[in-house]
Ligand binder design. Sequence first.
Ligand SMILES: Nc1ncnc2c1ncn2[C@@H]1O[C@H](COP(=O)(O)OP(=O)(O)OP(=O)(O)O)[C@@H](O)[C@H]1O
Length: 277
Amino acid sequence: MNRLKERSYTLGEIEQGKPCCVPQPHLQIQDLTVGYGAKTVLSQVSLDIYQGCITALIGPSGCGKTSFLSSLNRLSDHHADAHVSGKILFDGQDLLHDPVDTLKLRRRIGMIFQKPNPFPLSIWRNLELPLKEHGVRDRNVRHHKIEQALKDVGLWDEVSDRLHSSAMALSGGQQQRLCIARALVLEPEILLMDEPCSALDPIASAVVEELILRLRGRYTVVIVTHNLAQARRVANYAGFFWMTERVGQLVEFGQCQHLFEAPTHALTAAYISGARG
Ligand SMILES: Nc1ncnc2c1ncn2[C@@H]1O[C@H](COP(=O)(O)OP(=O)(O)OP(=O)(O)O)[C@@H](O)[C@H]1O
């Protein structure tokens, strides 16, 4: 039933081609190297993530895209044997060397995972909990923010009559949009998305993709995707990662259209044509 409802759902017209920004770096990554234990999995990645733009990261499995993404809001801290070096400059701070309150950081740089992971609570509580955790005490303010976040992801009309039902009863696509709402309710500046559509059926995936496009201009988005067509559709900038001797590297980074239509590196050309990877 939920699924049927979603199938007939569309977020409406998208302002195609809306300029994302006058490119201003929001995050500046310099010589980022990530390893686990004795093993280096990603070496010396440098790139700027531009404010209000969508940046897609592509490349074969295992080349370090997730490791890169999870370093950006220090989720990598959760892996006891992970080590990250280099610099990540954000709002005048080096996130790797300066003292950072990671709870506050993750409010400003949210993360969406491949598999929707709502809390096993009601739809309402999924959004209320992070607000309470981040000190939003006024009930009316919480109410307003929750309604706005659900509207932003196009869920309000679908769930407003069952806000206190379990989030686990939603379809996969609805659950993923709820997870995006859970990040948006904290009014982040940057959203990191790790293959956010790969666990969804094509219809739900299209709805989430449409939602990502709508975020352009309002949020800075970094999305890891194996779907090259999706990267091409949504992204303003793209980075191509590759593995050499089992260590990931950034081969090419630039404007998405340029990377797909006139790649400067032969490996990029081979990967996007399907000849390698
Ligand atoms: N917590 C960990 N401990 C040890 N090794 C890890 C850990 N997480 C990732 N790795 C290894 O790091 C390498 C890069 O993994 P990562 O998930 O970052 O790549 P990826 O490009 O995102 O892959 P995929 O596209 O399959 O998700 C892989 O060899 C992986 O096995």
